[in-house]
Design a protein. Structure first.
Length: 471
């Protein structure tokens, strides 16, 4: 799919989801009883102006470009009897980098100038026809300057929706609008879709997820959501996938994945009784406890690795500066600094090795517990059952082979002796006819060859020269 088709598909998706969202929130969240949807020429006029500016007069190009569709949603509320009152007028449109799409360049995010140009058309409209809010969407997102325009404070209220690569939306709302019920209208992504995006990002970070875990701020930045919303999604994902778990390290929540599912969620009463009687925890509980320790150790080793990288970089810089030093004083200062750095480097490496050995021990223990538990959970047949079933199968195959050989040997033909003699006579007749046909073909070929007259021997050239002329 080329860029123009991708932007047009994004335009269809945006307008369709906005209409469905408005229909779902009527009479429940939004202070309106109905809305009227009508097409407006805002988008196609802007695209035509861009084509004229670039001196592109192809009518087919206008139909291929995105951003030509714009709609106005007039929200109304019943006042008295058959009378309706308009409570809000919302205009929705997709802004695309038209110049890049026309010239075939790589499109980038929509800038501040494009947004201001789109807003300028409403300043010349009559006051009663001006929209109360405008929502612009872009498949490539908006620049930081353009996103800052939502808090400019002028009418109409501006809302920006940028498409994300993972299928989500980057929503920019004014601070005053966030506290109103109308803010729910622009949350086009459902809770299930956000959960799918969360699971997608967790699968992309599978290696980190199973080692030191993914921190909540990092996961929120990847999703483009607030930490509170991300925390709620993580709790929902943990309820859906019993292997996911959360670990708190130095006040930061980390999401990780255990090799075994949490059995305590299904047997909470049994686990509580075992814990009350101080009995040995189950294998699943042991694995999750060991996984918590391993994640915490992984976080500590990650911090030590970062410090180790910084010390190694400082060591290389000190050596390079010592090689380039021109005076003994500078060399002495660098030598003392290098001694301190190498001393810290040895200690940090020893600490990193300690964490590595502890993680290896915990990982080996978790691996062995997981293998043993998974082997117990699958009920496999014993050796006696396997031997008995194999003997029965072999006996059955032996009897089946004997019956097949017997059936092949005693098969009765359906042809009688008279029919066999008649068939042999017909075959002999076929052979005689073939011989006669071959003989007749040879005779015809001999008769077709012409008889050749005896050739006169040629006269030698010497005798022709001795012959006298005729009188």
């Amino acid at each position: 799919m080329d860029e123009r088709s991708r932007h047009r598909a994004f335009e269809d998706q945006f307008l369709r989801q906005l209409r469905a969202r408005a229909q779902a929130l009527l009479r429940r969240t939004l202070p309106a009883d109905q809305f009227e949807l009508e097409a407006v020429p805002d988008g196609v006029d802007g695209v035509r102006a861009t084509l004229l500016r670039l001196e592109q007069y192809d009518r087919g190009l206008l139909e291929q470009l995105p951003g030509t569709r714009a709609v106005q949603m007039r929200f109304q509320k019943r006042t008295f009897g058959p009378f309706w009152r308009t409570v809000a007028r919302l205009r929705a449109q997709v802004l695309a980098p038209q110049e890049a799409l026309i010239l075939g360049n790589s499109p980038g995010p929509v800038g501040c100038e494009e947004v201001l140009d789109a807003l300028a058309r409403y300043e010349v409209m009559a006051r009663r026809e001006r929209p109360t809010a405008v929502v612009y969407a872009s498949a490539t997102g908006f620049t930081p300057d353009a996103r800052a325009l939502v808090n400019r404070g002028d009418a109409p209220t501006l809302v920006l929706l940028g498409g994300r690569a993972d299928g989500g939306w980057d929503l920019d709302l004014p601070d005053a609008l966030r506290r109103q019920p109308w803010a729910k209208l622009f949350e086009l992504e459902s809770q299930d879709e956000r959960l799918k995006r969360l699971l997608y990002h967790l699968e992309q970070q599978a290696g980190v997820l199973e080692s030191r875990g993914v921190s909540m701020p990092e996961l929120a930045a990847r999703l483009g959501l607030a930490e509170a919303e991300t925390r709620a999604l993580v709790q929902q994902a943990c309820r859906q996938d019993a292997r996911l778990m959360t670990v708190v390290h130095e006040g930061t929540l980390h999401v990780c994945r255990s090799p075994l599912a949490d059995e305590g969620r299904k047997m909470s009463l049994r686990s509580w009784i075992r814990k009350l009687l101080r009995m040995k925890p189950t294998v699943g509980e042991q694995v999750r406890a060991l996984t918590t320790q391993r994640v915490q150790l992984e976080q500590q080793r990650h911090e030590v690795d970062q410090r180790l990288t910084a010390l190694e970089t400082e060591e290389r810089e000190a050596v390079e500066k010592g090689m380039a030093a021109k005076t003994d004083v500078e060399r002495k200062q660098l030598a003392g600094r290098l001694m301190r750095v190498r001393r810290d480097l040895r200690r940090t490496r020893a600490q990193a090795n300690l964490f590595t050995q502890q993680i290896d021990i915990l990982g080996t223990h978790i691996h062995h517990l997981t293998l043993a538990e998974q082997g117990k959970r699958v009920a496999l047949p014993k050796a006696e059952e396997l031997t008995r079933e194999a003997a029965e199968a072999e006996q059955m195959m032996r009897e089946l082979s004997a019956n097949a050989d017997l059936a092949a040997g005693i098969e009765v033909g359906a042809q009688s002796p008279l029919m066999a003699e008649e068939e042999a006579a017909i075959l002999e007749e076929f052979k005689q006819a073939a011989v006669q046909q071959a003989a007749s073909a040879v005779g015809v070929k001999t008769a077709a060859e012409p008889s050749k007259a005896p050739e006169t021997p040629p006269v030698p050239a010497a005798e022709k020269a001795k012959a006298r002329p005729e009188v």
